[in-house]
Write a new protein. Structure first.
Length: 372
């Protein structure tokens, strides 16, 4: 196996158990919903979902109906699936068939849904508390949607929103206040099975007591924090070691001065000669041509990627100590992966680096301890 994504199962499990201890055991939230959209952020839905359900998670959130169907096919057992993305009318019958909870996001959406056979369909209402993407923004529409759909026989499972600026505590608290105001349009809303607004950053705020738990909250939706993108405990130095993108050197060439490497002659050898290692991973595996100049680890040392990345391989400027067969860490850990993007603080881009690795070309290998 030349190139593979190694996932440290022990670290993922440790992160899940930490969330369970803090959220369920200490703060007494009733539910933990693991957000595993995008093939569990690229780490493999089947393995990660089973790991979550075995360690305190009872509900899984995805973005698309295709993901929900895949989940039901791959992961057996009793658990709820909620869709938290945008859905279409064709998803209604599939949601009933596969026992998934659909979001209702506007009065227009509710009117469309009411035209269909929705008896026994599970739904939850999405509230717009400031993100301004989708969701109900006034009580009148929410009350009308609730009345219309309950008359049609739906099962209302919950109400939810999303904190959009975890770094601004006061702004986030206002979102909680608006959530309460909007949700009051639903009769007995505090008795619904799922009432939630916190994703990974909000979970962190609860654990650190930056934003205290409200009496109505009974669910949280950790996603990226399951994999160690956000560490609640500064002592958890291994939180960034849940994955490694690993390959090997397949050839080392000695390239003389003034010759070029790769397509379109974008890299030219300036020294008398240079050692150029070929690595079997390219843009067809989800890597980006913008990674030229970024560094990979070989034998514990950083070496730069040079030239324009090909579909199936990349070139690395090395020294004479590097040999064919040597292990290459394209991403040594998540922290290292963050060096491949323009803004390492942009969590979504770090996630995309991992999630966009081709599922068909890069196999996931699950290990109990990350190799150094």
């Amino acid at each position: 196996m030349l190139t593979r994504l190694e996932v440290n199962v022990a670290t993922v499990k440790k992160n899940i158990l930490f969330i369970k201890k803090e959220i369920k055991d200490k703060l007494k939230f009733e539910h933990i919903t693991a957000t595993l959209k995008g093939n569990a952020y690229g780490f493999g839905i089947e393995k990660i979902a089973n790991l979550c359900l075995a360690n305190g998670v009872d509900t899984i959130a995805v973005a698309r109906m295709s993901e929900a169907i895949q989940l039901r096919q791959l992961v057996k057992g009793k658990y709820e699936i909620m869709l938290i993305g945008i859905v279409d009318n064709e998803d209604v019958a599939l949601a009933i068939k596969h026992n998934a909870i659909l979001p209702v996001t506007s009065i227009e959406h509710a009117n469309e849904m009411a035209k269909l056979n929705i008896k026994n369909l599970k739904i939850q209402f999405k509230l717009n508390t400031g993100m301004n993407r989708i969701g109900f923004k006034n009580k009148e529409d929410l009350k009308a949607a609730y009345t219309l759909l309950t008359k049609k026989g739906v099962k209302v499972m919950g109400v939810y929103s999303h904190i959009y600026d975890n770094g601004d505590v006061e702004k986030s608290k206002k979102q909680f206040d608006l959530f309460e105001e909007l949700a009051s349009a639903i009769p007995n809303w505090k008795k619904l099975p799922y009432r939630h607004i916190r994703a990974s950053g909000g979970v962190d705020a609860a654990i650190r007591k930056v934003i205290a738990k409200r009496d109505w909250e009974n669910n949280v939706r950790p996603g990226c924090s399951i994999f160690g993108y956000e560490s609640y405990d500064p002592k958890k130095t291994d939180a960034f070691n849940c994955m490694q993108l690993v390959s090997k050197v397949v050839q080392v060439s000695i390239v003389p001065k003034n010759e070029t490497v790769g397509y379109e002659s974008t890299y030219k050898v300036n020294d008398k000669f240079e050692y150029i290692a070929n690595i079997p991973a390219g843009w067809a595996d989800g890597l980006s041509r913008s990674f030229s100049g970024k560094s990979v680890y070989i034998n514990g040392k950083l070496y730069p990627i040079v030239g324009k990345m090909a579909m199936d391989n990349l070139s690395v400027k090395v020294d004479k100590t590097v040999k064919k067969g040597d292990t290459v860490y394209i991403f040594k850990d998540i922290k290292h992966a963050s060096t491949f993007i323009d803004d390492p603080s942009d969590l979504a881009n770090i996630i995309a680096v991992i999630a966009n690795l081709s599922v068909t070309r890069v196999p996931r290998v699950y290990v109990e301890k990350t190799k150094k």
